[in-house]
Design a protein around this ligand. Structure first.
Ligand code: HEC
Ligand code: HEC
Ligand code: HEC
Ligand code: HEC
Length: 203
């Protein structure tokens, strides 16, 4: 009898976990790289988000690891080869550098928008009759919900996961300790010091 009660209790809890959290069995989506996004998001009629990203520092994040400055920073923390080390790739490459074939893109689209293996497909995130439906479907297939003013908190968390002062390359400037902190205005509008990171879809 006791066993029976315990068993039903166990099943109840497990179904709760599976139903609400799904994640224990949910797919671990892979990264496809900017070239795939570019096929559509490289078109002028779409807003050419690719071109805007390419001109931004994020597209150079991996190349930065090849500089002398990177080597110096790396030496200080016992890293011998920054371009091969997860302690640098964690933030200087898409998906922490797990997919070696897209290392050189640096911080690509999917570093912010989430692994695109599933949602990049037109039948998932493109919906001309209702963009909101397309977006919601994409979110169910791995896209990060970071768009719009309602997602500002989540977006802030995303940006600060890399733009933290707890990183080997953070430079403390005693006169101006907040110098390298990412201001909330930048997170909000993706604009900084005249450099425009903003890459809207269409007017
Ligand atoms: C087959 C073409 C195509 C590909 C490939 C594609 N997209 Fe899109 N994407 C679109 C279109 C079209 C929209 C506009 C959606 C709408 O109007 O329903 C869109 C919208 C978006 C949006 C805005 C949110 C939304 O759903 O409206 C984001 C973010 C996005 N795409 C990111 C990406 C990323 C990142 C990749 C690569 C992993 C990618 N897309 C690949 C066509 C594509
Ligand atoms: C996966 C890690 C990662 C994420 C997520 C990320 N960044 Fe970055 N960001 C970097 C790296 C690395 C650089 C430095 C690139 C270089 O110069 O080589 C950078 C550079 C920048 C710069 C230029 C440097 C500066 O401070 O002037 C800005 C601005 C910036 N990011 C804004 C953002 C915003 C806003 C977000 C969130 C929407 C964001 N980043 C998300 C890693 C990241
Ligand atoms: C937690 C995330 C994170 C990790 C880990 C990280 N970086 Fe960075 N790195 C950043 C961000 C964010 C920027 C852009 C900062 C800015 O310009 O505001 C950056 C910028 C840089 C820069 C250019 C700016 C400068 O200070 O000259 C170099 C070089 C660099 N990182 C090297 C490294 C090396 C080498 C490692 C590994 C030993 C490493 N980083 C690990 C996030 C990270
Ligand atoms: C540093 C993080 C970051 C990177 C890298 C990045 N995006 Fe975005 N993207 C964002 C954020 C944040 C927004 C939401 C801006 C807003 O809501 O105001 C956005 C918005 C978008 C939108 C929707 C714009 C709209 O009108 O609603 C599309 C489409 C998009 N990104 C595609 C891409 C593609 C394609 C790439 C790569 C070529 C890319 N993004 C790279 C952070 C990023």
């Amino acid at each position: 009898m006791k066993n029976g009660i315990f068993l039903s209790f166990f099943i109840l809890i497990m179904s709760y976990v599976i139903f609400y959290h799904g994640m224990i069995f949910s797919a671990d989506y892979g990264y496809v790289g900017v070239a795939v996004c570019k096929e559509c998001h490289g078109q002028e009629a779409m807003g050419n988000q690719y071109k805007i990203w390419l001109a931004s520092p994020h597209s150079k994040a991996f190349l930065t690891l090849k500089t002398d400055r990177a080597k110096n920073i790396a030496e200080n923390v016992g890293v011998t080869s920054p371009i091969d080390d997860v302690r640098c790739l964690k933030c200087h490459a898409t998906g922490g550098g797990k997919n070696k074939s897209i290392l050189s893109e640096g911080v690509g689209c999917e570093a912010c928008h989430g692994p695109g293996e599933e949602y990049h497909k037109a039948n998932i995130h493109v919906d001309y009759s209702s963009r909101e439906n397309g977006y919601n479907r994409a979110i169910k297939h791995g896209m990060n919900p970071i768009l719009g003013i309602n997602s500002l908190k989540r977006r802030e968390k995303l940006c600060l996961s890399c733009h933290t002062d707890k990183r080997p390359c953070y430079e403390y400037d005693l006169k101006n300790p907040y110098k390298y902190r990412l201001p909330i205005q930048t997170i909000d509008s993706l604009m900084k010091d005249g450099v425009n990171f903003s890459h809207p879809l269409r007017k």
